[in-house]
Design a protein. Structure first.
Length: 604
């Protein structure tokens, strides 16, 4: 009996939808890209409940005839390529002909469309891949797609969608990737009837500023190079715009967004020694490459692209970014700090040359002649150098652990007969003697561990005390960051933050938690939002973790800060009062022990 059979089209489409349509953001990406390919000049996107309930994309493009509207929802039906060779000369965003068929297979879709040459349009309704009705309708030129009840017939996929805030954040990210390469098109985005974006057609720099805020405008450096192999244009951020998290970084090839870690490294190399280690600069880099020299047909999402001359383009990109940064740094700055500097006389032709400076010296001095007051090499106050040695008597070894080795099994460490003296090495490590050898503690990581536990307790007990700021700072967020901020605003208020909405993505920081005085409040809040945006689930525990970790990193003792013995003593005591002594909340080691045997082996 034969057991192999062809799958029905409805099943095949649902399987394809699993690759192409992963979440509501995927629907918006495909529909908006189709509108761009249709040469629309205005595109409006409306979502309800982050796309779960409804997604609507309206454009004023070419539109479709009655036959094309019906055929567009068939799998592998497309107007963008005709033969295999066309894959190497792509000038459109889509080309597979899978998007509309995949969307219609897992949702209820309505399409209203009309050509410029037609007096009446077409209204098409499809549910679960099956056409339910098709009739003429009066509508404007272009296309109006309405996608409702996404994944209504795939309950497992709908169940695993994230929270509305997370899905809306993904929608905004997909929307931004498209609008950044089409500044000549006007876009709007509405969520639950509230306008999120209203972008008018204009230049590229203006589009970047409209999307990410006016503050970014002053940090952009133009990049431009034109070679036979490729043309590179766009902007990179100034070194002072670097951030630990949340930097806006985009690569586009022939108008298509891509992810490319290899090219990312080329940009970062240009900022080596200009920005602190671990920080990232924003960039918006656009490549124009001959279509036959790249392959975009690798993955259904089309974010991975193969280059024929990847290494050569890497060199061109690195040189272009270095040139942009070099021109910016080449501008001389006026230095008004002249206090204490020697006065250099200006030449006056009437007075002639100024007198040469005179040098006073003793002509009788002879370095080889003995003198009566020759130093005996004795240092005044030498007794102070040996003060406290009487405390180090035989049998009174300074020990931190009894007979225990370095704790690594999760058991809490026990402090016994702790030494009163510690040593700080190069402003980074606190060193102290233990019975098994020499303990080395990373001061910054240890303080992160201590503060993290402290802030987690505050969040759990919700007893954070706000400290009012004398002069409130103003922090600016992009629409995507505003969504994340609103999601965690309640937790931030519980820990002691007070933010006031000023409109257009600006917030006034009126108060910060007690104990964080002196920190950069703007950078602190931005870091918290960037960390929270990386969380993929909406559980309060994860939000508390990201908030506590961001606060701890910002307030922890920095490397290079000199500590007194009392401060080191306090840090060590607090560290060993924590539940997890050995590691930071993100899994990095806080301490290490150089064993006694290893030390003795060095002197063999």
């Amino acid at each position: 009996m034969d057991i192999i059979q062809l799958l029905p089209d409805s099943v095949a489409n649902q399987i394809a939808a699993g690759e192409v349509i992963q979440r509501p953001a995927s629907v918006i990406k495909e529909l908006v890209e189709n509108a761009v390919d249709a040469e629309a000049t205005t595109i409006n996107v409306l979502v309800v409940d982050a796309g779960r309930t409804s997604i609507q994309v309206i454009d004023n493009g070419k539109g479709m005839s009655e036959t094309d509207a019906r055929l567009a929802f068939e799998r592998h039906a497309t107007s963008k390529i005709r033969q295999a060779d066309d894959l190497f000369a792509l000038h459109t965003m889509g080309f597979r002909g899978e998007a509309l068929a995949s969307i219609a297979a897992v949702a209820q879709v309505e399409l209203k469309t009309r050509l410029q040459t037609d007096d009446i349009g077409t209204h098409l309704s499809i549910s679960g891949g099956r056409t339910t009705s098709q009739e003429p309708v009066s509508c404007p030129v272009g296309s109006n797609f309405s996608v409702e009840n996404l994944f209504f017939n795939v309950p497992a996929r709908r169940k695993f969608l994230k929270s509305n805030a997370t899905e809306l954040n993904n929608i905004i990210a997909a929307f931004q990737r498209i609008v950044l390469v089409n500044p000549h098109i006007s876009f709007t985005l509405h969520s639950n009837g509230v306008e999120v974006f209203n972008l008018q057609a204009g230049g590229l720099r203006q589009r970047i500023v409209d999307v990410f805020g006016k503050k970014l405008n002053q940090d952009l450096l133009p990049v431009g190079v034109d070679t036979i192999m490729c043309r590179i244009s766009g902007f990179v951020g100034k070194p002072e715009s670097a951030r630990k998290k949340g930097a806006h970084q985009y690569f586009f090839v022939n108008g298509r967004f891509m992810k490319h870690p290899y090219f990312h490294k080329a940009v970062q190399n240009a900022f080596e020694r200009l920005v602190p280690v671990g920080e990232q600069v924003p960039y918006f880099i656009y490549f124009d490459v001959a279509p036959e020299n790249i392959d975009v047909n690798i993955h259904p999402t089309k974010t991975e692209i193969k280059f024929e001359n990847e290494q050569a383009i890497w060199q061109i990109l690195a040189a272009a970014v270095k040139d942009a940064v070099g021109k910016f740094n080449d501008v001389p700055s006026i230095d008004f700090d002249t206090v204490g500097r020697p006065e250099i006389p200006v030449f006056d032709p009437d007075k002639g040359f100024t007198d040469a400076p005179r040098v006073n010296y003793n002509p009788q001095y002879n370095p080889f002649k003995e003198t009566k007051d020759k130093s005996k090499g004795v240092v005044d106050g030498w007794e102070e150098l040996y003060a406290g040695l009487h405390l180090q008597q035989a049998g009174q070894e300074a020990t931190l652990f009894g007979d225990e080795e370095l704790p690594g099994s999760g058991e809490p460490a026990i402090i016994e007969d702790k030494s009163p003296a510690h040593y700080q090495y190069k402003g980074k490590y606190v060193m102290t003697a233990v019975k098994s050898g020499l303990m080395i503690i990373d001061q910054h990581r240890a303080h992160v561990r201590v503060l993290y536990d402290h802030y987690r307790v505050q969040l759990r007990e919700q007893n954070g005390t706000p400290q009012r700021m004398l002069f409130p700072d103003v922090v600016h967020f992009s629409p995507a960051e505003v969504v994340v901020l609103q999601k965690i605003m309640g937790e931030m208020e519980q820990i002691g933050f007070q933010l006031a909405d000023l409109g257009q993505g600006s917030y006034a920081i009126n108060a910060i938690p007690t104990g964080l005085e002196g920190l950069n409040a703007v950078a602190l809040v931005q870091n918290i939002v960037s960390t929270a945006s990386e969380q993929t689930i909406s559980a309060a525990n994860e939000i508390h973790h990201s908030l506590a970790l961001s606060l701890a990193r910002s307030a922890a003792i920095p490397y290079g800060q000199v500590l007194g013995n009392d401060e080191m003593e306090n840090l060590v005591n607090q560290l060993f009062a924590c539940e997890n002594v050995n590691y930071t909340p993100d899994g990095k080691s806080t301490l290490a022990i150089l064993g006694q045997n290893e030390i003795e082996r060095l002197f063999v």
